[in-house]
Design a protein around this ligand. Structure first.
Ligand SMILES: [Mg+2]
Length: 261
């Protein structure tokens, strides 16, 4: 543990489970921070603003600011700004995604706007207030040439009321309709996020980076793909049985984070 300078931690399934704090993990992360480790929280959730999420983390005793958080919305915005010539965007998503698009000065097209002109891109994240017309309008823009950006392709979202459709399930409606994949998927398992996190923390040496998460297909795959060490913590979705069955193998599997200190 002492060898790592940057810890990239997931939020859901590591810090919170269905909104409830997971204290054994939180205490360990708190100790890492107090020992001077840089901890950056990475979440595929695009709906939350980073400011609100940092307050939630502060509330359970984690001393982090909004600059220590990378959502899939931020990851998408940084990518679009640096790697593409996208200037305008039609958003299918919630507050956090809209806010990040505004922070990066993209011109937001409304549903009325897209009836008369095509935006450079359509970005789709989890949108729990979305409807048929909104997703159809996004599909039509993409059909007419807008770039198709997805915040993440998570199939499911474990809510307090049980499993719900993830952002990827909404994106899949457009994928299926147009028989075309998104041009860019910003969230985990895209290792782009680790590159952004390393840049934020001014760390260049991958051997100093540790990725912690509860899902093999997103957190652990992302870390493995870039060559960082990974810890699967069994406080969330993936189980020991999943590890046996999967091709994605973490460096370590732990019941909770208290055993890694
Ligand atoms: Mg998770």
């Amino acid at each position: 543990m002492l060898d790592y300078d940057l810890i990239i931690s997931d939020v859901d399934g590591v810090v919170f489970r269905e909104g409830e704090p997971i204290w054994e993990n939180i205490q360990s992360i708190r100790q890492m921070i107090s020992r001077g480790k840089k901890v950056i929280f990475v979440t595929n959730n695009s709906g939350f603003s980073r400011v609100l999420l940092s307050r939630q983390l502060n509330y359970v005793g984690l001393d982090v600011s909004s600059n220590d958080i990378i959502t899939s919305a931020l990851s998408a915005a940084i990518y679009m700004k640096r790697k593409t010539d996208i200037k305008s965007v039609y958003v299918i998503g919630e507050e956090g995604l809209v806010e990040e698009m505004k922070n990066f000065s993209f011109q937001l097209f409304s549903s009325t706007d897209v009836e008369v002109k095509n935006p450079d891109s359509v970005i789709l994240g989890l949108d729990r207030l979305s409807n048929y017309d909104k997703i159809s309008a996004g599909m039509r823009c993409i059909y007419n040439g807008s770039k198709f950006i997805a915040t993440n392709m998570d199939r499911l979202w474990p809510s307090k009321d049980g499993l719900k459709l993830g952002a990827g399930a909404l994106a899949a409606a457009i994928v299926y309709a147009l028989r075309r994949e998104p041009d860019f998927v910003a969230g985990k398992p895209n290792k782009w996020i680790i590159e952004v996190a390393m840049e934020l923390a001014s760390i260049k040496d991958l051997s100093k980076v540790l990725v912690i998460g509860d899902q093999l297909e997103t957190d652990i795959k992302m870390g493995n793909d870039i060559g960082a060490d990974t810890i699967l913590v069994l406080t969330g979705i993936s189980t020991e049985r999943d590890v046996e069955k999967s091709d994605v193998k973490p460096t370590r599997v732990v019941k909770n984070l208290s055993s890694i200190l």
